[in-house]
Design a protein around this ligand. Sequence first.
Ligand code: ADP
Ligand code: SF4
Ligand code: MG
Length: 337
Amino acid sequence: MKELLKVTGLNVVFDTPAGRVHANRGINLMVNENETLGLMGESGCGKTVLFLSLLRLQQPGRIVSGSIVFDGRDLTKLTTSEMQQVRGRQIALVPQDHSTALNPAFTVGQQLNEALLVRDNGGGLWKTSLIGCSGRGSQAFQEEVKAVLGELALGDLVDTGRLLGRYPHQLSGGIRQRVLIAMALLGHPRMLIADEPTTALDRASRVQTLEVLNRLCERMTMLIISHDLDAIRTTCERVAVMYGGRIIETGPMLSVFRNPRHPYTRLFLSCQKFSRGDVLPEVTGDVLNLIDFPLGCSFHPRCPRAMPVCSELEPAEVHVDDTMVACHLYATGETTC
Ligand SMILES: Nc1ncnc2c1ncn2[C@@H]1O[C@H](COP(=O)(O)OP(=O)(O)O)[C@@H](O)[C@H]1O
Ligand code: SF4
Ligand SMILES: [Mg+2]
């Protein structure tokens, strides 16, 4: 399998009045062509910042060190105009919040048209509004949009003509989400990034969105952030677990779900399994403060397996069978703990 994306030692910070937020700390991550990787971790651990950084859209955050090699080119070294050729065309992002990601002042047709203008001419909505959305009536536009909406099962669900004339507030969350995916697909990207694609959707829309993502996984490289472990389980071949700005475990999805090695991964996955009447499981302790984090392993104040070394030394990444785990429990060559 060909390696498409390789992130090495990526550090991203935000300078705030309260201090420097270390949102991504030495991220190492690799994604092969046509693979789907799922990224999991509690809120605030740095998932969205990582995905935005891949497109160099992390501002006001700063990439202070590390490399992001995509198809042989280090994206951190590209000029602004070279990056514009990458965004949407090479790597497309379906943003986290479908309720605010679409422009409320423009119809779906205008916004899909914008995606085509950006792809073909580097234009934008300002241009679309000036020219009265001229591309919308064109045969090529109609055919391309129809094909994408068909792939997303929107062609059958709603009349395409009516959908194109609607404003975002006139659509359900599920349809808005799929319009965002359609905009991303119109750029023919090699890699699609979806940030919490099933969050804030009703059950039916969630299932439809999962079906769509499953189909897309068959033909392109995807990165999916999700709290929804069913979404990760049904779409991803490999997973990465993030805690406090670091990737602390990666491996094939089945290995990590069946045999999570890092104590945080174990607790995180156990929180999803409970029955009525059970005491609700939780990862106890406070979410890590990314301004002032502890020495050693940043999970040690919350870790049930913590040892003296854990508060002194940051654990290195260790390879155990087919997974990578950053935990002192495995430093001596143990394969299970
Ligand atoms: N614009 C910003 N200014 C300051 N801090 C930020 C900004 N955006 C994100 N952060 C911080 O970066 C950390 C990671 O955020 P994020 O990547 O959004 O987390 P999540 O894992 O929930 O997607 C959080 O501590 C967050 O407060
Ligand atoms: S390094 Fe120590 S504190 Fe960190 S997860 Fe492993 S056992 Fe727990
Ligand atoms: Mg997020």
